[in-house]
Design a protein around this ligand. Structure first.
Ligand code: ACM
Length: 539
């Protein structure tokens, strides 16, 4: 009943009684941080302090698993019998995942924040051998459209850890808000982190309530360290050159028109984008310098999506830049822009990640692509030799409505039920069986937040669909919907114990309903035409 289901699991005789006296033996100093998180995670709901000693839980590294190319550092073997619980791992990450499996083998109420009883709890004998299918098992969290507090983000990291998800793609900036403190440019947060109001439910009238917030650099350091302890990489995204209205509102000289803009209050693709002046490129490089200092991630996302080129077409300065560089069109100008950032990142030992739009005018050789507009970007990028992460909106954007019910609280027309997320296959059909398939390093689901304005609504959209997504990136390509449904029914008890307000299988409860505009469901063809034309105003 583990989610994601392990690669192999076979029962063994007997059981182990885990209780307040269970000791913990850490066989390798490299596993001390895993032991610390194990204690932190187990103590509240069980009362177990896990004093050092043998005969209880043992955490060890396995040279055999580490050396096996089919296993690797994220693999583990969990053996439970009357003598104890042993987790042998290919590396610290594998040991951490063994611990997450162990948490799921205990009764769900032991995931609560206080112990309801003192145990002991019988854990049935078993041998589990487990490893992930993909290295990149991501969740995108958009904190720009609606701000989520540091505490909310830490909570998402906890939820990801339980599901063995290991990348938080942190969408920190957009037209509607700039959420990252940048010391050199204080107005980014003084001005750019606040908007006067929002347009809930895509309604044209605003709600009249200011919205905003940002993370200080110390908040970011805390989030990054908290994630690292849970073997989660935080990949920051500062979206350029489009999706930058909040930055331009703070520093009008970054824009193409010189107009004093406000931080955007509506949704959809916006026409104000960065200009291509030397000073603006310097600004971008300086911002990324602070990003690099805060985020140890080897890969940094520069966005590059949904960048209408109308302002560049109308701007004599942009046209002069194109002529000077010998560029044929504005797509090539965007590629040039991205390459400036890419060169800067590479000179500092970091790689560039961008949305599939950055393919359009030619791509820096070392760039990795997140493909979101169906799979065509993924196929093209992989065939051109780039690493790819798939995130096709219609299959894994969890802000889409979870059912056809008119009571769903989001205005998005297109329906994405949990069963369809479970059916998602990260490797596009066109690449399967070809060498380029190996360039698909994983996938990520998307929690975009135009329509998600509080943490309860975030839980509702994320779960249980994120649990289904976790299976698609951890497990092999076979799918058994009935078996998953059975696992999920049990798993909901865990989510409940953790205080996750998942969407009930019965549908939205009265207080979760939000009547409002409902976009029409779009066909795949219509959808692709809209995103190609950058006219998509509803997800
Ligand atoms: C995206 O959904 N604009 C990447």
């Amino acid at each position: 009943m583990i989610i994601p289901t392990p690669s192999r699991s076979s029962p063994r005789p007997g059981s182990y009684a885990l209780g307040p006296d269970t000791p913990l033996h850490v066989a390798d100093p490299a596993l001390a941080p895993v032991a610390r998180v194990l204690r932190e995670q187990l103590l509240p709901g069980t009362g177990c302090t896990l004093p050092p000693g043998r005969g209880g839980i043992e955490l060890a590294l396995s040279g055999e698993l580490a050396a096996d190319p089919g296993a690797g550092p994220e693999s583990y073997r969990l053996t439970i019998g009357p003598d104890g619980i042993r987790i042998a791992a290919g590396g610290p990450a594998g040991a951490f995942y063994g611990v997450q499996t162990l948490r799921q083998l205990l009764p769900p109420h032991t995931l609560r924040h206080s112990a309801l009883d003192e145990g002991p709890w019988d854990v049935a004998g078993v041998e589990i051998e487990d490893r992930p299918r993909f290295a990149w098992r991501g969740v995108l969290l958009d904190v720009a459209r609606h701000f989520f507090t540091k505490r909310d983000v830490l909570r998402v990291l906890d939820q990801m850890a339980l599901h063995k998800l290991n990348v938080l793609h942190f969408h920190l900036t957009d037209d509607q808000g700039w959420r990252l403190e940048v010391k050199r440019y204080p107005r980014l947060t003084e001005i750019g982190s606040w908007r006067t109001e929002s347009k809930p439910g895509w309604n044209e009238t605003g709600d009249g309530r200011p919205h905003g917030g940002y993370y200080t650099q110390d908040d970011i350091r805390e989030i990054v360290a908290y994630a690292a302890a849970r073997h989660i990489l935080v990949v920051p995204e500062v979206d350029v050159p489009g999706h930058t209205q909040a930055a331009i509102a703070a520093y009008p000289e970054l824009g193409n028109t010189g107009a004093q803009l406000a931080v955007e209050t509506g949704w959809g693709v916006k026409s104000d984008i960065l200009n291509v002046a030397d000073g603006t490129l310097d600004f971008v490089r300086n911002v990324f310098d602070e990003v690099i200092e805060l985020f140890p991630s080897p890969i940094i996302c520069v966005g590059g999506d949904e960048c209408p080129k109308d302002q560049w077409k109308a701007s004599p300065a942009a046209q002069a830049r194109m002529a000077e560089l010998g560029l044929r069109n504005e797509d090539e100008l965007q590629s040039w822009f991205i390459r400036q950032v890419s060169d800067h990142l590479e000179a500092r030992g970091r790689q560039l990640l961008g949305w599939d739009e950055i393919l359009e005018g030619g791509l820096p050789p070392a760039a990795t692509i997140v493909s979101w507009r169906d799979n065509h970007g993924a196929v093209r990028a992989a065939r051109e030799g780039h690493q790819v992460i798939t995130s096709p909106a219609r299959q894994v954007y969890l802000d889409y409505r979870a059912s056809d019910s008119a009571d769903e609280p989001v205005p998005v027309g297109t329906v994405l039920p949990v069963e369809e997320v479970y059916a998602f296959e990260p490797v596009p059909e066109e690449l399967r069986g070809t060498p380029a398939a190996d360039l698909v390093i994983g996938a990520q689901c998307g929690l975009w937040t135009e329509a998600i304005d509080n943490v309860r609504a975030l839980d509702y959209q994320a779960f249980p669909r994120m649990s289904a997504f976790a299976e698609t990136v951890w497990c092999d390509a076979t799918r058994d919907g009935a078996a998953f449904a059975e696992r999920l029914a049990h798993h909901l008890g865990r989510l409940e114990a953790l205080g996750v307000e998942y969407r009930s299988p019965e549908g939205p409860r009265p207080w979760e309903r939000r009547p409002g505009v409902r976009g029409r469901p779009v066909t795949l063809e219509e959808y692709l035409a809209e995103v190609e034309a950058d006219t998509r105003n509803i997800r």
